[in-house]
Design a protein around this ligand. Sequence first.
Ligand code: LMR
Length: 329
Amino acid sequence: MRPITKHILAAGVAAAALMGVNAASAQEVIKFAHVVAPNTPKGQGAEYFKKRAEEILGDKVKIEIYPNSQLFDDDKVLPAILRGDVQFGAPSLAKFGKWTKKLQVFDLPFLFKDMDAVSCFQDGEKGQELLNAMSGKGLTGVGYWHNGLKQLSANKPLRVPEDAAGQKFRIQSSDVIAAQFEAVDAVPQKMAFSETYSALQTGVVDGQENTWSNIYSKKFFEVQDYITESNHGLLDYMVVTSTKWWEGLDPEIRDGLTQAMNEASDYANGLSAELTAEQRQAVIDSGETEILQLSADDFAKWQTAMKPVWDEFSGDIGQDIIDAAAACN
Ligand code: LMR
């Protein structure tokens, strides 16, 4: 190669690097940040999305997954998506309160009797509309991923609502969940997921609510003497991206990512029941905590105590949305 040609090539590569483009392949580097461990439904869903996107699109994309709050806590990830620091996040549906009030529907206590009811609502007309609830804020929902139903844990047995009175519970950043604990005279404390284990360990809070998968993978069961199998609420996710970035993508890449995301959603949602059962059993087998089952009477007492929260939030959420969710039971 003649020196002059070499110089022109080198200048071209340098200019491409300055523009953030990989001259060899113009590869799209896509970051996906989340807060849970890899061995969870969301962790596995994200890995599956990476695998399928890279199989479908080859060198055109490189997907980087950042689990365990390595990059951002959930309250930071949405602004980071809008800035373009990361392209995908999947906060729990409880964490969108600053962006839209409508998604609060998912936090209403005792709204869904099981995960089939959740799927029915998410796949239905109202659930699909909610994927666009934040479009005015620049965020597009590209899918729902299951984790599961929440259980209550504490260092004292929680059998009836009165047992929770005066206890401090770590909660996700949701006003509905705060109201749910206030309804039983408990003291809710909003806190990042990444700080929960140490808050339980040091007694900053007395208890928490979470899914079997999160209780297992973050070892909350090691620092809680009792878990009440209450199934009183839902913890699921919306996978979100920046509307501007998504719509500006080369259509071939967007189609490939859409296919990979749809497959990852099916995969994660299929896996969640299996992981929930497996990790619930692992918590039981650990012998580190006692699992309490509620009698039908006691279950009804929690329901009666917490259900007034629905009325408090129905104006913000929309009664039509609540009705559509409740109709799935
Ligand atoms: C929590 O903060 O407890 C959960 O939202 C964490 C998660 O992403 O499952």
